[in-house]
Design a protein around this ligand. Structure first.
Ligand code: DX5
Ligand code: ZN
Length: 216
């Protein structure tokens, strides 16, 4: 089973973006998570294309782009052109998820679908065999540094069962409040990709923290 750590650049030092990317290059992180927020779907605004392009220039790892924006369909091509390896949109933000999935696939990149903690997991069922990844939010999207919502464990189990039942092959990613304290339990539950912002970038030894998380 794959185990991937995808550190979230949102918690990085933006004054030293190049060296933060170089740290990721040297580390055991397989992906780099990029949080795009629009101040509309979520209350917060993070960054857009210029920052993504700068990261792409320095980071050798695949970019795992998490869109927390309304009308993600409008920007699929631009994110693909900017170097996204995987493009994840929120189910809550689109009228026709299947259309958006096809739009992303047509760009030749991987596609993910995400839901906030208040959206029933069963709403993902029609898409499980059509996406590469499901991102379950374990905090409400919008800010880094929030506390992991404990009810997420039962949501992960429900998702895992649904994926097995449908014989789907999508990866499970979780995002929000992930740390060395819960990484092992999450991997044990069958989560494939852990996103970690503060736990990685605010750590004293970031490279070591990523390795410890991976082998938790
Ligand atoms: C929250 C973002 C997360 C965030 C995680 O809306 O999607 O990726 O950066 O940050 P931590 O790991 O600090 O909870
Ligand atoms: Zn994220």
């Amino acid at each position: 089973m794959n185990r991937i750590i995808s550190p979230s650049i949102l918690a990085a030092d933006f004054g030293n973006l190049k060296s933060e990317c170089e740290m990721i290059n040297e580390s055991a992180a397989e992906w780099l998570h990029i949080d795009v927020m629009d101040g509309s779907f979520v209350p917060n605004i993070s960054f857009g294309f210029p920052v993504l392009e700068a990261v792409k220039k320095h980071c050798k790892k695949p970019l795992d782009v998490h869109l927390m924006i309304v009308h993600p369909e409008k920007y699929v091509k631009r994110f693909a052109d900017a170097g996204a390896y995987l493009l994840t949109f929120h189910l809550e933000t689109v009228e026709n998820p299947l259309e958006v999935i096809e739009l992303i696939k047509a760009q030749g990149i991987k596609v993910g679908i995400s839901i906030n903690p208040d959206v029933p997991v069963r709403e993902l069922e029609p898409y499980l065999d059509k996406v590469d990844l499901v991102l379950l939010m374990t905090v409400f999207a919008g800010y880094g540094g929030q506390k992991f919502i404990e009810e997420s464990y039962s949501r992960i189990s429900e998702l895992k069962e649904m994926i097995n039942r449908k014989n789907a092959h999508c990866l499970i990613e979780v995002d929000g409040g992930v740390s060395l304290d819960n990484a092992n339990k999450l991997f044990q539950q069958g989560v494939n990709v852990l996103v970690a912002g503060s736990a990685v970038f605010k750590a004293e030894n970031q490279i070591d923290t990523i390795s410890k998380m991976l082998n938790a």
